[in-house]
Design a protein around this ligand. Structure first.
Ligand code: A2P
Length: 277
């Protein structure tokens, strides 16, 4: 699968990923196995999702080699001290990557929700440490706005962060932060690229889908790929998992892209407005 280099690292990220939010236990393992079988090589988990262990088990079980899969997780909060925060990161790495294993990408999940600059600094230092030790091949952030990324310059050894993962779909395009990331060589990845299914009946989207003989979901994923966002569509259904990966045999033309661009509703279009400017 096609990959995008991560600035200043020796690694690269597959351009299409698979999201596992709200998938637990057996259902999560089955979904990850179905995704690997359908050709995904990039799985996006988080401490908050409480399924790192399930993703890890599926990777173990799958015939696909560990080194051929790109695994992301995210740290949620301080452990109470720098040592405990670092240990929390290591625990995640071992759950998802196995004993003595590694993750490909480790992100700070959210900049705020009760956390101030000191917490962001503590979290970033823990991630820098696992990065230095080679137990994360790349490190980054999620839901960060330009001011949060700028602030990191005050304490970061590793800057810019390699990735910023944010909510991105046609109805919420976050143009300012995306441009900021482009200007600073930060790869942007897109959570909720299907807008959680909220707009799959949108008449504009349906018209474009009919034109290409594809489903609305496939148009949304293709659109994200052509925007150079790294989409992380999520599904627990094997058929839809397959469908969502079947987006490399067609392309949207300039007119289609403009049409879909026109759906942007800014913060009003966000599913998680607290994380959007
Ligand atoms: P399901 O798990 O039953 O497939 P997002 O990735 O934006 O968070 O959206 C995920 C939501 O979209 C889930 O509710 C998922 O339901 C649904 N979904 C995923 N793929 C498709 C698809 N190809 N067609 C319709 N709904 C989909």
């Amino acid at each position: 699968q096609d990959r995008t280099p991560l600035n200043q690292t020796t690694t690269s990220i597959p351009k299409l990923g698979f999201g596992v939010y709200q998938l637990y236990g057996q259902a999560c393992q089955k979904a990850v196995l179905a995704a690997l079988e359908a050709g995904y090589r990039h799985i996006d988990s988080a401490q908050l999702y409480r399924n790192e262990v399930d993703v890890g088990a599926a990777i173990q079980e799958s015939p696909v080699k560990r080194e051929d899969v790109f695994l992301t997780t995210k740290i949620r909060q301080s452990g109470g001290s720098p040592e405990k925060t670092y240990q929390s990161a290591i625990d995640s790495i071992e759950k998802i990557g196995g004993k003595g294993g590694y993750v490909d990408l480790f992100l700070i999940h959210i900049p705020s929700t009760g956390a101030g600059k000191e917490t962001r600094e503590e979290l970033w230092k823990a991630l820098e440490k696992v990065y230095e030790e080679g137990r994360a091949k790349a490190i980054g952030v999620s839901n960060f706005r330009p001011q949060h990324v700028d602030e990191m310059k005050e304490f970061a050894k590793v800057w810019p962060p390699h990735v910023n993962q944010i909510e991105l779909h046609p109805w919420c395009q976050q143009r300012e932060i995306v441009q900021y990331c482009r200007d600073n060589n930060i790869v942007v990845s897109a959570y909720s690229p299907l807008s959680c299914g909220d707009h799959l009946n949108d008449p504009t989207l349906v018209t474009v889908a009919k034109k290409h003989n594809k489903t609305p979901a496939q148009i949304l994923i293709r659109y994200a790929l052509q925007k150079d966002w790294v989409p992380l569509p999520k599904s627990g259904n094997p058929e839809r998992i397959k469908q969502n990966a079947n987006v490399f045999d067609f392309a949207l033309d300039e007119e289609d892209m403009k049409t879909v661009d026109g759906l942007d509703r800014g913060k009003a279009g966000a599913l998680f407005p607290a994380n959007v400017k």
